[in-house]
Each structure stands twice: as structure tokens, then as C-alpha cells.
Design a protein around this ligand. Sequence first.
Ligand SMILES: [Zn+2]
Length: 122
Amino acid sequence: MHEFSLVESILTSVFDVARQHGNPPVTRVKLEVGALQQVVPEALEFAFNAAVKGTSAEGAVLDWTEIPARIQCPACHATYEPADVFWVCPNCEAQGGKAIAGDDIVLASVELEDGESGQGVQ
Ligand SMILES: [Zn+2]
């Protein structure tokens, strides 16, 4: 499952942040999830809760914001938000293009029990 490997790499960064602060329990993890990742929220949460069991992040709240996709047209270079899985430029109707936003998952912040937080990780 896609979500499990995502969670694994997210947690690697989360624990890096926690370690830099002396390993306090992690209370909240905030993610920015690109729409193109097609993450299923319930599956992400399930994978997260399973992966943090027995770690210092057990019981941490998972928050995320979805980042809309933006595609750059290969023909006219206009950027647009795709209406569905088929990318068609609204300007010139060329198909395809390059994803310039919404194609990744970023760890936005990590909150730790002692009130410290790591910002802009990754
Ligand atoms: Zn175009």
C-alpha cells in the first residue's frame, strides 16, 4: 500500500526532528499532501497509527492540508489546476504537461510535548 511507504519516510523525518530536541514525545505531525499523490486520508491515518505504535510518536495527532495540483502546459506554458485525472490545458487544449505543484508530500511541522516544534523540515 502506497500510504505505508509514505508514512515510513515521513516518520524518518519526524524522528530526526524529535532527536534534535532530545527525543520528547511527538504530539502532532502536520503534512502538506499534494493532490496528485492521491492519498486516501483514512488509509494514511490507518498507516500512521499502525506505524507509530510503541514509538515516541504513539498517540500523536496527524494533520494535513491538501495542496492543489498545478500543471504547466507543454505547448503554451500556461499553468492550470487539472479538473480530473486527464490533463488538458484550458488555454490551448494540449494534453499532458508537467506537474509543478501538488506532486509531493511535505512534512510541514512536528510538535513535541515540551512545546518545541520543528518547522519546514525536509
Ligand atoms: Zn496550453
